[in-house]
Every structure is written in structure tokens, then in C-alpha cells.
Design a protein around this ligand. Sequence first.
Ligand SMILES: Nc1ncnc2c1ncn2[C@@H]1O[C@H](COP(=O)(O)OP(=O)(O)OP(=O)(O)O)[C@@H](O)[C@H]1O
Length: 313
Amino acid sequence: MSSAISTNELTKRYRGKTALAGITFDVPAGSVMGVIGPNGAGKTTTMRLLLDLIRPTSGYARVLGQDPRVGGTALRSRIGYLPGELRLDGRATGKDLLTHYARLSGRVQAGTVEALAERLGFDPTRRIRTLSKGNRQKLGLIQAFMHRPDLLVLDEPTSGLDPLVQQEFLALVRDAKDEGQTVFLSSHVISEIQQAADFVIILKDGHIVNSRSVSALRSEAARKVRFVMQSDDLEGDRSRITYEAGLGNVRTLEEESGSRVVVEGTLESTPDQFIKALARLTIVDLVIEEPDLERAVLSFYENDLEGAASHAH
Ligand SMILES: Nc1ncnc2c1ncn2[C@@H]1O[C@H](COP(=O)(O)OP(=O)(O)OP(=O)(O)O)[C@@H](O)[C@H]1O
């Protein structure tokens, strides 16, 4: 599969401060790639380099097969970009601004702006300076999506959006992917990346500390399990739960009345092994939680020194 974006040792330094320390990654065409990382990790810097808003200190990027430094307006018109900080002001209305952008790109089909405004609940007749943060963000999203670009580069796309609009945004991303468009988006929130993305890059202090598919991240992440069982032999059942069912960090709490016991732990075996071992116990209630991706990502942040060192070699 061809790459919509590929970088090689992409590096950006500002007077001694390293914003991006040589990152190498690929975004397969037609996929959704999420970039997650704490403040100052280098997410915005990466995106600005891809858009040729800033230039690399060393290393290079290819965007839709071209060097962003030479792609010019032809390349730019194939990209939809939502900057992290939208500087919008003025007496013009949202519609005025979108019409202006649409003329510049020359690729917006009739009805597209209206359809996007409708989906996101955006009123294009309002003056831009009167718009709330969330409504400015919607305007930014409409201008990024409206010309159906081959590549969408979205810096914190859901910041300021209420949960319903966030869901609609995720639907827009799915639709874009269905149309064969590539999406590169950043977020602070793993749940969003989990819902939207095929792949994730975890960035910290200008280094990629990890990159993998979202499904791999899910299958590696710890799942918490909680159940209530009827037990007359707690010792025996505890050992069955630990060794046969493969539950780690087992905690048990005997309920005051009767022989019910609440059991909590983390799933270290497969769900299949776990369920089959549990079948021999008397289970009153059972909850297996979603994989805790948040914690998995945080552990990558914490262990980043190792990751950064191995990347440096
Ligand atoms: N123009 C600049 N001059 C000096 N340092 C800069 C400049 N732009 C970015 N940096 C630094 O580069 C690092 C990476 O910044 P960047 O904005 O890419 O991070 P980010 O991951 O987007 O963070 P956030 O989540 O806070 O938006 C930060 O330490 C930042 O202070």
C-alpha cells in the first residue's frame, strides 16, 4: 500500500531547543492515523512541517508523494488542514469565509458546505467574531473537509466540541476513510483515537515512544475484571482464579451475609481461558471492562526514556 505521509528522521530545532528529535513514520494511504502525546510533545510541529508552514532542521517528509517544500498550492489544495489554534476574527460571516476559501481551492462541490454545516450544527450566517470556541472549531472543520481533500491533517480536531458534535466529527472521519481519504489527527485523549484511528503514534518530548495499530494496543492493554461468586472454599477458588483462569492482582472481598465473594483483578489470560475456568465456579455477576488504553499510553509516557534512547541509535 502506498503512503500518504512518510517521514525520515524529521527534525526541528529552535535555537538549541529540540521540538522534534528525528521522527520516522508512515501513514498508509486510506488509513486514519492518530498522534497522541502530552503538551509540548511535538504534535503541532509535525503537522506544521507536513504543511510546509515551517521547515525541518534536518530529515524530510513526503506528503502525497511530494516534498512539501516544493509541492506548492497544487499539493496544498489536496490537503485539508485544521490548525490547532484558529485565528479568526472579523465582521465577515462563516459563509463569507468559506466561500472565499472555496474560491481559492476551486474544488468545492455545490451543497457540500451546507451539508457539513448541517451535520455539525453550524450557523454560517453568524459573524465570525461572535462565534464561541466550539463554533469556530466547527468552521475550521468545515473548511478542512469541504473540498474532499486526499489528506486531512487535523490538529486537536475535537477541542471545544460538545460530546454530540464530537460523535458527528468521528462519523465524518469514518466517511472520509470510506471515500479513500487519509486522515492524520492529533489528540490528548486516547478514547478518541481509539474510536477514530487505525494506527497510533505516541509522541513525547519530540520522540516517537511507540507506534502500533490501535487493535494491537487494545489487545496489550490490561482489562479489569470484577465478578461475584458463591464460594464455600475460598482458598481453592482463589487458586483456581489465579492459575486456571489467569487473573492477576486478585483481590477478594467476602460479603457480610452468606458465602458471596467479590473478586477483582486484571485479565492476563485470553477471555476464552478465563471464561472456561470460571464456568466451574458459581458466578452471580460478571463485568469485564474495556481495555484500559489510557493507562497503556501513560505507561509509554513514563517509560519513554528507554524508548527515546533506543530510537537515538
Ligand atoms: N516557534 C517556536 N519557538 C520555540 N520553541 C517552539 C516553537 N514552536 C514550538 N516550540 C517548542 O517545541 C515543542 C513542541 O511543541 P508542539 O507545539 O509541537 O507540541 P504539541 O505536542 O503540539 O503540544 P500541545 O499538546 O501543547 O499542543 C515545545 O516544547 C514547544 O515549546
